[in-house]
Design a protein around this ligand. Structure first.
Ligand code: 5GP
Length: 147
């Protein structure tokens, strides 16, 4: 079994968002997950799906928590694709800094892809709040209930 030898940092930015200490553009929330807009999107409609259970990344995540994640990603991916009129969806997830992880609470990127458009660089430019708020609402309209 692969184990993570680094501890969960309870004051990482996503932990603060989950504790409602920092605002976010929520698309969907239930007891287990939060889906929010990435504030520095790689394309229009880039969302993040976070399990609420604390884990640094995939390597120390609880298997039961992970069991619910893939069906949730599927529902959000379908909603994002419809709402944003995207041509495809990319799912990304980084583990540790060498792999590109910058925030140490497990999260999955749900990134719409548009034919003929290149993705922006990872975490490069902050999107306008009004645009993020509008996209969160548009995507929320298409999300089915998630377990
Ligand atoms: P990672 O490299 O850890 O997979 O990606 C972290 C992501 O979180 C990046 O895409 C970055 O744009 C996004 N991000 C960083 N800070 C915040 C924040 O305060 N709120 C939200 N919603 N996203 C953030």
């Amino acid at each position: 079994m692969v184990e993570c030898d680094v501890e969960y940092e309870k004051d990482n930015i996503f932990a603060k968002i989950l504790r409602k200490e920092i605002p976010n553009f929520t698309v969907y929330e239930n007891d287990n997950i939060l889906v929010m807009m990435d504030i520095m999107p790689m394309s229009r409609g880039h969302c993040l799906l976070l399990p609420k259970a604390p884990s640094r990344n995939l390597l120390d995540a609880n298997d039961e928590v992970l069991g619910k994640i893939l069906p949730a990603i599927k529902k959000v991916a379908k909603a994002v694709k419809k709402a944003m009129n995207a041509d495809g969806i990319i799912i990304k997830q980084f583990n540790e800094d060498a792999a590109g992880q910058t925030v140490y609470h497990l999260h999955f990127h749900i990134i719409p892809a548009y034919r003929g458009e290149k993705l922006a660089r990872h975490a490069d430019r902050k999107e306008d709040n009004e645009i993020l708020a509008a996209r969160a609402k548009e995507i929320a309209n298409y999300i089915e209930e998630i377990d």
